[in-house]
Design a protein around this ligand. Structure first.
Ligand code: DAT
Ligand code: MG
Length: 156
C-alpha cells in the first residue's frame, strides 16, 4: 500500500458528448483527491511523446489528429494505490470489452473514442505529471475528509 499520484485526461469525445462532469464525479465519489487540474490543447509534439508507444501504429495519425484538434481536461488524482484504482475505474482500452460500471464500459462503444486516458504504471504517472504540470500547478492541501476516507493505518 502506498500513496500515489496518477494522471487522467478527459478526451475531446467526452467534451462533445457532455460527459466531463459525470466522469470527474466518479473519481471524486471514490475518494480520490484532486491535486491538479486544467484544460489544455495537446500539441502534435506532446502527442508523440504521450503516445510514444503507438507512433508506429497505422492508427497513430488519426489518434494524434483526434487528441490535438480540440481541448482536453487533464488532472492529477492522489490516493492509496491510485494508479491501479483509477485504471480499474477507467476500464480496458476497447470500450466494447470494458466491464459495465467502468467509465469506458458505461459511456463508450469504441477503442479510438474511449472518452478517457489514465496512467498505466507508477513510472508512467511520474512522467505524465511532469509532461503536463509545472510544480506550482500541483497542490498539497489538506483534504479534511481524509480521516473518513482512510483508517489510521492507511493515511501515509
Ligand atoms: P489505454 O488508453 O487503455 O492506456 P493504449 O495506451 O494502448 O491504451 O492506447 C492509447 C490510446 O490509443 C487508446 O486509448 C486509444 C488509442 N488506440 C489504442 N489502440 C488502438 C487501436 N487498435 N485502434 C485505434 N485506436 C487505438
Ligand atoms: Mg495507455
Amino acid at each position: 500500500m502506498a500513496m500515489e499520484k496518477t494522471v487522467v485526461l478527459i478526451k475531446p469525445d467526452a467534451f462533445q458528448r457532455g460527459l466531463v462532469g459525470r466522469i470527474l464525479s466518479r473519481f471524486e465519489r471514490k475518494g480520490l483527491k484532486i491535486v491538479g487540474m486544467k484544460m489544455v490543447k495537446m500539441s502534435p509534439g506532446l502527442a508523440k511523446e504521450h503516445y510514444a508507444h503507438l507512433v508506429d501504429k497505422p492508427f497513430y495519425p488519426g489518434l494524434e489528429k483526434f487528441m490535438t484538434n480540440e481541448p482536453i481536461l487533464v488532472f492529477v488524482l492522489e490516493g492509496q494505490e491510485a494508479v491501479e484504482v483509477v485504471r480499474k475505474i477507467v476500464g480496458v482500452t476497447n470500450s466494447r470489452k470494458a466491464d459495465a460500471g467502468t467509465v469506458r464500459g458505461d459511456y463508450s462503444m469504441s477503442t479510438g473514442r474511449n472518452t478517457i486516458h489514465a496512467s498505466d504504471s507508477i513510472e508512467t504517472a511520474r512522467a505524465e505529471i511532469t509532461r503536463f504540470f509545472a510544480p506550482e500547478e500541483l497542490f498539497d492541501y489538506n483534504l479534511k475528509v481524509w480521516d473518513y476516507i482512510y483508517a489510521e493505518d492507511e493515511k501515509e
